[in-house]
Design a protein around this ligand. Sequence first.
Ligand code: FPP
Ligand code: MG
Length: 347
Amino acid sequence: MRAPSGKFLEPNAMTSPSASQKSLTLQQIFAPVADGLIGINDALRGIATLDYPIVKGSVEAIIAAGGKRLRPAILFLCANFHNYDLEKLVPMAAAIELLHTASLVHDDTIDNSLIRRGLPTLNSVMDEGTTVLVGDFLFAKSAVLSTMGGKMRATRIFAESLVTISEGEIEQKFSSHHMTATIDQYYKRIYSKTAVLFAAAGEIGAVVADAPEDEIERLRFYSKQLGMAFQVVDDILDVHSTAEQIGKPTGGDLRQGTMTLPTFLYMEKASPSEQADVERVIEGFDRSDAAVNAVLARINASDAVSRAAQVARTFVEEAKSAIASMPDVPARRSLLDLADFVIQREY
Ligand code: FPP
Ligand code: MG
């Protein structure tokens, strides 16, 4: 298999002015909301109160390992166009992050994944039933936090997103191992599993900061398109990176029988025998490393990855356009830089 470089997005393919200022770190991008992000770390630490052997340490570790904190940062940045009360925003941002963490606990159990963020998953160190209960506990805590923004509307956005995520996961479960799915179903699925929570983060930030309706709408749209781009890139990284880069094994989607954009695009131009090889893997008839690696190599040798990257860039450009005419506050610059970061990331 060709050694993946992760660099599916070459600089000459960029079109935006801020693309030239490559390599901003997330810490730099999130500078305008650094105080909020410190606040949610404290709030999340206060959540890991399950005082049982193994469970306590494991929950603390999963929270401490954190992720990129993209969703809470989006929430804070979208609130930043107006005056806001940090005491109300912090629990909302912590709720979104905890919901995300809890859904990953359940997801890893469903997918039987043993490594996440470079660490052993909860389901790899405790039995399935206990893991599900710990996930439920984290969901319950996130629901309580979601009531603390002082806005019923924000709590409703949170709850409705939870419904969409659950529906998406059920849909994915029933569509996996089938070749009948379409690219449109794929976009619907990645909205449900990822973009809806990004959208909720942006909308909740704007709602809690009392932004006018047209701004709320723009910021939700920005965040949704960013989430779509993020998931497309995630799906590219799954076929086009190393396990070290992404903190989990590559080729996971193929092994789980899940069709993602690079595979759909590869199939469009593949020969009948190449298509049959993909079908055998997706439908679960051959999930050997040799079969998965052969398909991965062919996808990487085709133009599917660069075409998928073009789709991600289009989502990002749509996100950036939505906030182009908004006031030129530091948070807007950060949102634009974050959009560029999402398509340049290698992890
Ligand atoms: C990761 O997908 C999974 C998600 C982003 C969502 C998972 C959601 C659930 C399990 C439903 C949770 C339940 C409620 C009540 C919200 P992936 O497996 O494609 O990504 P991965 O490779 O990172 O595991
Ligand atoms: Mg998974």
